[in-house]
Design a protein around this ligand. Structure first.
Ligand SMILES: [Zn+2]
Length: 76
């Protein structure tokens, strides 16, 4: 039978708790990183004049910046 002292049991409990928290943290971060769909990326525009990032789903090729009002063309 394995003999364990109180301090070693506390150490192992803390170690396993930290490992479990790290695994949950990494898995949830990986899932959050994959949440942006490619369909949503098409709606995100970046202004070439003021570098404002905005969402415009109504235009495909040319969009008007919401901050400075300049026209932006879709880069392919
Ligand atoms: Zn702009």
């Amino acid at each position: 039978m394995i003999r364990l002292t109180v301090s070693s049991v506390i150490f192992l409990y803390t170690l396993f708790s930290v490992i479990i928290i790290l695994v949950i943290w990494i898995v949830s971060g990986y899932r959050l990183a994959k949440r942006v769909l490619p369909k949503d990326v098409d709606y995100i525009w970046k202004c070439s004049v003021c570098f404002n990032t905005y969402v415009d789903s109504s235009h495909d090729d040319i969009s008007i910046c919401t901050l400075c009002g300049s026209y932006n063309k879709r880069e392919k």
